[in-house]
Design a protein around this ligand. Sequence first.
Ligand SMILES: *Cc1c(COP(=O)(O)O)cnc(C)c1O
Length: 389
Amino acid sequence: MRPTFARIYLDNLRHNLSVIRSKINPDAKMCVAVKADAYGHGSVRCAKTAVECGADFLAVAAVSEGVELRGAGITTPILMLSLCSPSEMDDVVKNDLTPLVFDDEYIDFLDEACARCGKKAFKVHLAVDTGMGRIGCLPEEAAEMAKKIVSSKNLSLGGMCTHFSVADSLSEDDVSYTRSQFEKFLFACNSVKDAGIDPGIRHCANSALTLNNPETHLDMCRPGIIAYGYYPDELDEKYFESKGERIDLKPVMALVSTVVAVRKFPAGHSVSYGRTWTSETETDIGVLPIGYDDGLFRRFNQTDGGLEVSIGGKAYPVRGRICMDQCMVDLGKNSGVKRWDEVVIFGPEGSGALQSAEEISRATGTISYEITCGISKRVPRVYISSSQN
Ligand SMILES: *Cc1c(COP(=O)(O)O)cnc(C)c1O
């Protein structure tokens, strides 16, 4: 096995999913986002765990992601949140992926794919753009689009959805923007109803709204990041505590590497490209076989304080630039760190980590999503689970 890998704690995923399920209105469904390889955690294992924990739907972005889940024997409905190319539409139909639609041309393409595949009453969901500015028709166009869907030869309307742009922010402006987006969505759903068409499953709540706004749950929630153990930006643990609520999420991924060499450096020995760090005294330098191609990005060590990793529960600073495949840590003198010792870069409590991906994301000006999605394919995922799956 490669000395760099991601440990995936499936029990933590189960824990988070049960917290989420307990927060969703009892009569609303749960759609778990497993797009982007389950935010980097490995889509098949995470999707199977989600289904075992009561997911009624799964959500992917690309057709290939849906095909992978179907290939693994998953029969749960799969929502496809992004658009695909015309050449992929037969696969959408054959694999029974549920696409989002919102314009005439795309609806026609799918209708034709259904005709080619001999599929009738193929369910699509109508996406409404209430202010995200990404995909969807305008709220005023929803009734017309719904008519177009139900009068097509082979499509039926399975649901309606929208997506929020600032649901994870607490500023007054953003909170009122979210409220107005929700109202526009309700308007769109009602206009479809008024046209005599059943809007099907109405869904809009992402992680932030799933935890914070039960009135937006409607018929289904679509949480993602909270399943993997990270809070939606400003809606952190402290925020929920201030509301008198305890939301206990456990990060699912630990990023692990190994000290593959311990080298004794004299004073004045520089480390890595660009010679940005030089030892001031004699010190031991540990070499780690992990770099930016693995998702340990250069910028992680270019901010104030830089990146620290945990070896045996103690913090050691990364020194010099992170290379493509390797980086170096300063062990100091007499650390007792040995070759083949495990290094934990981030992870949940109990993983040996001193920080989670959330802390790295805050320190480097990004979001936890980007950290876990950034862990590349060459990093094996090792699943830890107390049960069989
Ligand atoms: C990714 C995504 C979600 C899940 O978002 P989180 O912030 O991870 O909860 C929900 N809906 C859509 C349309 C998405 O693209």
